[in-house]
Design a protein around this ligand. Structure first.
Ligand code: MG
Length: 259
């Protein structure tokens, strides 16, 4: 039997609604569908990223936060000179020196970051090559050596820490440069502090899509998912000292609110 045109339209609408619901569910629900740091959550499958060194030079309208051996656009978390090691072409976390914070502040942004986990790899799970990129100092894209190193999925490399595991594990081995390309939309608050729209993130790890416009449940925390708290529209990017000698280079940002 050939379905009537009206029936085809109805099926089409029903399908579109279903797809929309599934997409909404996929993006909005997983951060709270699983307990935080659940080890029962499926491990993202491993995808070998492209073999070429994936460096992306800053576009003309980007602000270069870290060109290489230059921390002039950064300060120590809490104020003062950053205590990280400045080497030829990169900077390196000095365990105990504290995180570093950009002097510039951003809201909606496109952020490119290159990082390298220490070689030889030392430690396991969260102890191996741990650092982090915090948008607005609050919303972390996890940095971890996740090459043949199992941890809880919402804490591995390119996870939105505590909320979203990456779609796949596109890690390179320690000692190789890796990239994050992050598209971030800040949360919007009304005057009373109510969330009008939550933060959203899209992330590519070594050129591979790992976060697809996910909706964050709130700021990053360990072992709990706190609610949003109203904050300024523009805040610095920060990089975490988690006690391991992760390296960074070529960090640039495009301001999506003041193009
Ligand atoms: Mg971290």
């Amino acid at each position: 039997m050939v379905p009537s045109p009206r029936r085809i339209v109805a099926l089409g609408i029903a399908g579109a609604v279903l797809v929309t619901l599934v997409m909404h569910d996929a993006n909005a629900q997983p951060s709270t569908r699983w307990p935080i740091h659940s080890t029962d959550r499926p491990q993202p499958r491993v995808v070998k990223p492209p073999a070429n060194a994936w460096t992306v030079a800053p576009p003309a309208d980007a602000t270069v936060l870290l060109g290489g051996a230059d921390l002039s656009r950064w300060q120590k978390d809490g104020g003062g000179a950053p205590g990280w090691k400045v080497e030829q072409g990169y900077v390196e976390v000095v365990p105990g020196a504290g995180g570093i914070v950009s002097r510039d502040a951003f809201g909606d942004a496109q952020l490119h970051v290159e990082w390298m986990a220490p070689l030889p790899a030392v430690g396991e799970s969260q102890e191996r090559g741990n650092s982090g990129v915090f948008l607005m100092g609050r919303y972390e894209v996890q940095v971890l050596d996740s090459y043949q190193n199992v941890t809880y999925p919402d804490g591995q490399a390119s996870a939105i820490y505590g909320q979203f595991p990456p779609l796949v594990n596109a890690s390179r081995p320690p000692g190789e440069w890796q990239t994050y390309d992050i598209i971030f939309h800040r949360p919007r608050f009304d005057a009373s502090g109510k969330v009008m729209s939550p933060a959203r993130m899209t992330v590519l790890h070594n050129g591979v899509l790992v976060q697809d416009n996910v909706v964050l449940s709130g700021p990053t925390a360990h072992q709990h998912r706190p609610p949003y708290e109203k904050h300024p529209d523009r805040l610095p990017v920060s990089l975490q000292d988690h006690g391991t000698r992760v390296r960074y280079r070529n960090i640039w940002v495009r301001d999506l609110e003041n193009p």
